[in-house]
Design a protein around this ligand. Structure first.
Ligand code: URP
Ligand code: ZN
Ligand code: ZN
Length: 456
């Protein structure tokens, strides 16, 4: 099957040009000013932007957490992803304490296999670091899992500084890269205890027990450990000015550190926690939503290339699940949906507001995650030989984000009522049109992506 995308404007990380794109089978076979292909099915892309399929390197689908399981599994989660133009997600295969990495990886393959509507890969989130786990590491690389995750908080998953040190040292030998959830567990615990004793159990207490200093301190500690080990690391979901400042200091001193942020930290501010009851609960995530000044700093950092990727940390729950924490904020499942709305939000509130250029958007959502997570140039770029993963963005269309039209199983959107200045019109996954006029036309075509080593 040959498809010709004609007359569109192709966006790359370095330029924006009017180009035709020829797809043969699953690959892009030609990108040029004018392509004539008599037998090809022609898709008119006049006036549209053509991006490489977006990559979301931070999702949690079908995750058992806080005595429940996320609202989205791989079926609903990847449908939401593909409708938002995301053709590849990297989910966190999560090892329960006492479990082998082989078991965790196998569990995630079972969760995703034949149910995914976009391509998928796995990071391995390690909750239990010991000599047996160390011996399993080589086999993760052989199976295409080349990035790992560590938590500095959450009792069920957190590692000590010593374990983190040993994990980074071990993975360095293989060229592996580790992303880290940075929050100071001790401060969170102490403040939570204090608030509970005072009877301050409502939702608005959540951000108060996780102040920015928790993020800043943990980033500082992680980067100090990584400096001794002499290995690059990734800070995920950076939320605060304070955390950013710590990154700057370590970079000045020669550290190699990659940074990810998410739309919720760029577009929302902590007044969301002024909303009472379930309305505020919708925004309970960790790290919490910060002040307006923090998001302003994050936007500047995006522009100045201090932040490398924008992912979503999609970790969705229904309002019924969230309501379990209404009488005690510490019991609230943390996280929110976002996998469907990242592209349209970054275009509308980044590009249209002159905060970032189209090329930068492409770098943050496509090229950088592909390179950082070992998928480039198969993914993340429109060029001859790459997978034909393509998003056609209609920038004349407008939309209003709503739970009534999204594809997530979550019965709310943190961006309900937000207006966008574009719409995902068509999506191609390895050459197959999977979204047409904004609707899924082909389901469950996603495949596992066996990744190489990080190369950003
Ligand atoms: O609140 C959040 N972000 N939940 C998802 C898990 C994590 O911390 O990344
Ligand atoms: Zn996290
Ligand atoms: Zn996460």
């Amino acid at each position: 099957m040959t498809i010709l995308l004609r007359g569109g404007t192709v966006v790359s990380a370095s330029n924006v040009k009017k180009l035709d794109v020829l797809i043969s089978g699953s690959k892009i076979t030609k990108v040029a000013r004018h392509i004539s292909a008599d037998t090809a099915q022609v898709v008119d892309c006049t006036g549209k932007l053509i991006f490489p399929g977006f990559i979301d390197a931070h999702t949690h689908f079908d995750l058992e957490v806080s005595d429940t399981v996320t609202a989205d599994d791989f079926s609903s989660g990847t449908k939401a992803a593909i409708c938002g133009g995301t053709t590849t997600i990297i989910d966190f295969a999560t090892q329960n304490k006492g479990e082998t990495l082989a078991t965790a990886l196998n569990n995630w393959h079972i969760k995703a296999f034949s149910k995914s509507s976009c391509d998928y890969a796995f990071h391995m989130a390690i909750s239990d670091w010991n000599e047996n786990i160390k011996e399993e590491v080589a086999s993760m690389f052989e199976q295409g899992v080349t990035s790992f995750k560590a938590y500095m908080t959450y009792p069920a998953m957190m590692l000590s500084d010593e374990e983190l040190f040993d994990m980074l040292s071990t993975l360095k030998k293989y060229g592996g890269i580790v992303s880290v959830h940075c929050e100071n567990h001790g401060i969170i615990n102490a403040l939570t205890k204090e608030k509970k004793e005072k009877g301050e159990l409502y939702v608005a207490t959540h951000p108060k027990v996780r102040p920015s200093v928790c993020e800043g301190e943990a980033i500082d500690r992680l980067l100090s450990i990584a400096k001794v080990v002499d290995v690059p690391v990734i800070i995920v979901h950076l939320s605060s000015k304070e955390g950013l400042q710590v990154v700057r200091t370590h970079r000045k001193n020669g550290s190699k550190v990659y940074v990810e942020t998410c739309p919720q930290y760029l577009l929302l501010d902590d007044t969301v926690y002024d909303k009472k009851g379930i309305e505020g609960a919708k925004f309970v995530c960790s790290p919490p939503i910060r002040k307006k000044q923090d998001s302003k700093e994050l936007w500047n950092a995006l522009k100045e290339s201090e932040i490398d990727t924008v992912a979503t940390d999609h970790c969705s729950f229904t309002l019924e699940q969230k309501s379990k924490g209404l009488d005690d904020f510490s019991k609230m499942p943390n996280g929110m949906p976002g996998v469907e709305t990242r592209g349209v939000l970054m275009y509308t509130y980044g590009v249209c507001k002159n905060r970032i250029k189209l090329e930068r958007m492409c770098k943050l959502l496509c090229e950088n995650p592909a390179k950082l997570y070992g998928m480039y140039p198969k993914k993340g770029v429109i060029k001859e030989g790459s997978d034909a993963d393509i998003v056609v963005l209609d920038i004349k269309a407008k939309e209003i984000i709503s739970k009534d039209t999204h594809h997530s199983n979550a019965d709310y959107s943190p961006f309900e009522g937000v207006r966008t200045k574009c719409k995902v019109q068509s999506v191609f996954l390895r050459g197959k049109q999977v979204v047409k006029d904004g609707e899924i036309v082909l389901e469950n075509k996603g495949k596992f992506v066996h990744r190489a080593l990080s190369d950003l």
